[in-house]
Design a protein around this ligand. Structure first.
Ligand SMILES: *Cc1c(COP(=O)(O)O)cnc(C)c1O
Ligand SMILES: [Zn+2]
Length: 433
């Protein structure tokens, strides 16, 4: 069974060569999945190999993505650009556990990645494919963590990074990273879909490889988040893995990784999966909770301060649905207030994360209260982005100035306002005590 691109639509399943430059099924337009020939090694051999590579000084062994390369499509070392992505810690957080109503809670913190989000896990693999294909330029339509990550990996690989964004729709924090890494940024006077169509037309003519969320190689790279999570737990499977959902690429990668690791005999069962969305941007929640399973209805104008999950039309929803159903999973959603408070609690654990990541804790708290997650369950929540991604949000929350998209003020339940003091020792002492 050689590596191939396979249509994800169960009624189609058309196969394409692994190195064909296509982003959707040429027959039905469905999502593509990269199928990799899994190794024939015994589980114990793989376990040993992956553990052993942690002591190696070779760059691709030091990468928390390429260390698990047996799970990835085949690449020659010359194609691989690594910034030592992955290798992100598991952190216990008693205070967050207590807040959620759990005995214990562990965070797997993808914000420790080189550009500060899990996008690096996928991007290193997407850029490897671009190099393998002989592309000189990579592109995406994004103002967020995808563009920051793509810009860094393209720069390191000696490729040109092109970032397209709708005019007047800029998130400066993350775009700043992309500018620093030398990406060329184009603001086009059209909406997201029009720009994507435009870039696709130009892609073929200009040797541009598209690294949008739909790219199946990015999903492959993100599988290693799960391999590493389990490796760091000595292959003990948790009861739940919880992750925020935007375009739903990450949950798709997690489900695929778990299935493959089970097929390899590395784990005996698949943990339950939970995806948490933000209330104002929860089309997948609506779809999965509908009384009757109709067609997927995109959210026309998604709104949330958790910008990384402000996605109205998540491209990977069919994969996400499959993985959630296969894993006995659930989809929950959290309000702006719940996300903001959960984020502050994560901060009080000395951990910190960006708003989208905190949706995990907010969602877990609701699922524990509803009796879906047991108090004594073994739960791992994946924090997707770094606390420094959105410092404006933090300052506003702690000073009581954070406003939800509907204009309502977020209550600073765990607020921590700077205190202004006069130049007077007594008063400073009184303030401290
Ligand atoms: C991209 C991103 C998400 C959403 O992940 P999807 O794969 O699109 O569901 C969540 N959090 C952060 C920080 C992200 O960068
Ligand atoms: Zn198809």
């Amino acid at each position: 069974m050689p590596a191939a691109l396979v249509c994800f639509n169960p009624a189609c399943r058309t196969q394409f060569g692994i190195d064909e430059v296509i982003y959707a099924c040429a027959r039905c337009g469905g999502l593509l999945e990269a199928r990799t020939e899994l190794p024939h090694d015994h589980a114990a051999t793989l376990e040993f190999t992956w553990r052993n590579r942690r002591t190696s000084n070779h760059p691709i062994d030091q990468s928390g993505v390429w260390r698990y390369r047996e799970l990835l499509p085949p690449f020659a070392p010359v194609h691989i650009t690594t910034l030592r992505e992955g290798q992100t810690p598991l952190l216990t957080a008693p205070r967050a556990a207590e807040y959620a109503g759990l005995d214990a809670l562990t965070f797997k913190h993808q914000g420790f990645n080189p550009t500060g989000s899990f996008k690096d896990n996928g991007m290193t693999c997407g850029v490897a494919q671009a190099r393998k294909l002989g592309m000189t330029r990579v592109a995406c339509v994004s103002t967020g963590n995808t563009s920051a990550s793509m810009a860094a990996y393209a720069a390191a690989a000696g490729m040109e990074a092109l970032i397209f964004l709708p005019h007047g729709n800029i998130s400066y924090g993350k775009l700043a990273q992309a500018l620093e890494y030398g990406a060329r940024t184009f603001q086009v006077e059209a909406n997201f879909d029009r720009i994507l169509a435009l870039v696709r037309t130009l892609a073929q003519r200009l040797g541009i490889y598209l690294l949008n969320s739909i790219n199946p190689f990015r999903i492959e790279g993100q599988k290693t988040i799960i391999a590493e999570l389990l490796d760091y737990r000595d292959w003990s499977v948790p009861d739940w893995i919880v992750v925020p959902g935007g375009n739903l690429g990450n949950i798709s990668a997690f489900g695929k990784a778990l299935r493959e690791l089970r097929d390899l005999g590395m784990i005996a069962r698949i943990p339950r999966l939970a995806v948490i969305q933000a209330y104002g941007s929860s089309p997948f929640y609506e779809y999965m909770h509908a009384a009757e399973r109709g067609s997927f209805i995109p959210e026309e104008s998604p709104e949330t301060l958790a910008t990384a999950i402000r996605i109205g039309d998540p491209v990977s929803w069919p994969k996400a649905q499959f993985e959630i159903e296969n894993a006995g999973g659930v989809v929950e959603r959290a309000t702006e207030q719940e996300i903001a408070d959960a984020k502050a609690v994560i901060g009080l654990c000395g951990i910190g994360c960006e708003p989208a990541s905190a949706a995990t804790l907010a969602g877990i708290r609701k699922l524990v209260a509803a009796g879906v997650i047991a108090r004594d369950a073994d739960v791992v929540a994946v924090l997707t982005g770094n606390v420094l991604k959105d410092s404006d949000y933090i300052y506003r929350y702690h000073t009581g100035q954070l406003k939800a998209p509907d204009g309502g003020l977020i209550h600073p339940t765990f607020g921590n306002k700077p205190i202004v003091l006069p130049d007077d020792a007594d008063q400073v002492m009184r303030a401290i005590l």
